[in-house]
Unconditional design. Sequence first.
Length: 247
Amino acid sequence: MKRKLIAGNWKMNGSLAANEQLLKAILAGLGQPVCQVAVGVPAIYLSQCQTLLAGSAIELGAQDISAHESGAYTGEISGVMLKEFGVRYVIAGHSERRQYHGETDELVAAKVQRALGCGITPIVCVGETLAEREAGKTDEVVKRQLAAVIHANGHCISEIVVAYEPVWAIGTGKTATPDQAQQVHAVLRAQLKAASANADRIQILYGGSMNAANASALLAQPDINGGLIGGAALKAQDFLTIIAAAA
Ligand code: PGA
């Protein structure tokens, strides 16, 4: 069986003091995790978190990557720069970036390509809005989003991680039921299999109000290979409980 991945997405939260307290508390309770663990931190704290996580079982993640290699792109951060700070994962195409920063399927696909080119594993987020779900378009939307990434990355897609994050479940306390999530994960798994002979090894995470109480039921689904955790990743005990649920 695939090892599960529990990845925190801190979003725009934290401070030097809060990050230190949070990571120290997580590390103190972590032991030898059976699953893979990562935290996606604000870029400005990568250096701090790299130091705090050195030698630990927690991998470092970033929340965004430039689609460009280098040059006149004010405010952007390149994959090579992320790599210098020990970044192992980068979140690509989170719905908040699609929604508030106008990221298109094509831009997300280009970011994924850049990450793979730098040896950073992209966590590619896909997910439908409530209106799209109610219109019966869930499969169509997530397949379109993933297809752009597959199209741009060919056989390299066996190196990605996918996160199914229904937009209506993010930060709302409304989680997809294990059945709802599994159904979409199965659709994504089939799409990946059709695109790559090695698709079996791709981890598909669920994200959207996953917490200490609902993690076990979601993680028990056959095609749910981990979680992308927002709010609950900011509380050491909750994050540890989710990690334990993935064992
Ligand atoms: P949430 O966020 O767990 O707070 O819903 C998940 C995410 O946006 O990755």
